[in-house]
Design a protein around this ligand. Structure first.
Ligand code: FES
Ligand SMILES: [Fe+2]
Length: 389
């Protein structure tokens, strides 16, 4: 089912060892089998602020290669920490600037530059222009790399993606307790999945699926066939979900809000409850604030970053931050493992489902219809479709 799984073994030893789980799902059937001719797939990528790399993945004076929107990008962090995102291919002869490129400040240029690994041309990060050619007296006047509008907030680097190159019409805000270090980083999970990006946030509006694939405890794992067998044998521990999904009012109509109460029940008796307030902010970013009765109470946030690598390939990263308490420490470990198992159940569905443009919502599934309407705001006239990709 997956071809790479790693779980950091030191995760449980101390607060300085945040947990990390990475699962890479390979494509099980060719894409075209899952794209039905009478059910047009949405455009490849939505407009908006899209997370492309976690902040912790790049140090000062480093460059990282990122594939996003089916394009090669280079993410650069300069000498004093400022982040830049550029198209990766060097205008000179096309080398990938993130593969062996060096972040430097040349003699001709006292600001952050990227030096190409192939012939050593440098490009300024302030305007993308060529600042130095090591074997010429002056830089090229016309060669220039494309700079993307980017922003670093809440532990991630986002770029503004827009099919018509329009400027941002909404903005991302920092989560206060993360900025002030009242809530500390507890770890991450990353899942590489094979579905259209729009399917992932649809999960929040699809309240009915909670009672089907997320009822059985996370200890039963993520294999849906195995869970079916286990639930026939031991139906003692269950999750009970109550959820409500809504679009936020203008000017925050790029956001949705879900209120969830999750109760863990043993033989039908409530043991532990978690209250969740989930804000989807644009097409690729979620803040899930939680409050749990675990060991006297824990508060914190789980952030979700969805990066569209290609039209049917996404990276989903979850990071958890909690208060700096012992209960926060233990709850965060529990949450990351439980979330990972629950998400993997969704992924089993996503990795093999077809996208249905025409759906058959039941009477109580109005939020599904509203969700499709809400998400459509992130596409525009020039949004490309798979066909012309
Ligand atoms: S390809 Fe980049 S300097 Fe030649
Ligand atoms: Fe789900």
């Amino acid at each position: 089912m997956f071809n790479r799984l790693s779980i950091s073994a030191t995760s449980f030893l101390g607060a300085s060892c945040p947990i990390e789980i990475v699962v890479d799902y390979k494509e099980e059937v060719p894409k075209h089998v899952r794209i039905l001719s009478d059910q047009t797939l949405p455009p490849n990528f939505p407009n908006g602020w899209i997370p492309i790399l976690e902040s912790r993945a790049i140090q000062n004076n480093e460059v990282k290669s990122v594939t996003c929107f089916g394009q090669e990008l280079a993410v650069i962090r300069g000498a004093i920490g400022k982040v830049y995102v550029i198209d990766a291919f060097c205008p000179h002869l096309g080398a990938n600037l993130a593969i062996g490129g060096e972040v430097n400040r040349t003699q001709n240029c006292k600001e952050d530059c990227i030096r190409c690994p192939f012939h050593g041309w440098s490009f300024r990060m302030s305007d993308g222009k060529c600042s130095d050619i090591p074997y010429e007296e002056s830089p090229d006047k016309y060669a220039k790399v494309r700079l993307w509008e980017c922003k670093e907030v809440n532990g991630a680097i986002f770029v503004w993606y827009h099919a018509e190159s329009q400027t941002p019409n909404w903005h991302l805000q920092p989560v206060g307790p993360i900025e002030s270090n009242d809530w500390i980083y507890r770890g991450r999970t990353e899942h590489l999945v094979n579905c259209h990006m729009q399917e992932i946030p649809e999960n929040g509006a699809d309240v009915a699926h909670l009672g089907e694939i997320h009822v059985q405890p996370f200890m039963y794992g993520s294999d849906l066939n195995r869970i079916n067998k286990l639930k026939r044998l031991f139906n003692v521990l269950e999750h009970d979900w109550k959820a409500e999904w809504n679009v936020c009012n203008p000017p925050n109509d790029h956001m949705t809000e879900i209120n969830i109460i999750n109760t863990n029940k043993l033989f039908g008796i409530a043991l532990l409850s978690v209250t969740l307030k989930v804000n989807q902010i644009g097409p690729g970013y979620v803040e899930l604030r939680f409050q749990s009765s675990f060991l006297g109470g824990v508060k914190g946030v789980m952030l979700q970053f969805v990066t569209p690598i290609g039209p049917m390939r996404n990276s989903i990263v979850h990071q958890v931050y909690t208060e700096n308490t012992l209960s926060g420490y233990f709850f965060s470990k529990f949450l990351l493992i439980a979330e990972s198992k629950m998400l993997e159940r969704d992924i089993q569905i996503w990795n093999r489902k077809a996208f249905m443009k025409k759906i058959y919502p039941s009477k109580s599934e109005k939020s599904l219809v509203k969700y499709r309407r809400w998400f459509a705001q992130f596409y525009s006239e020039n949004s490309k479709r798979m066909i012309d990709w």
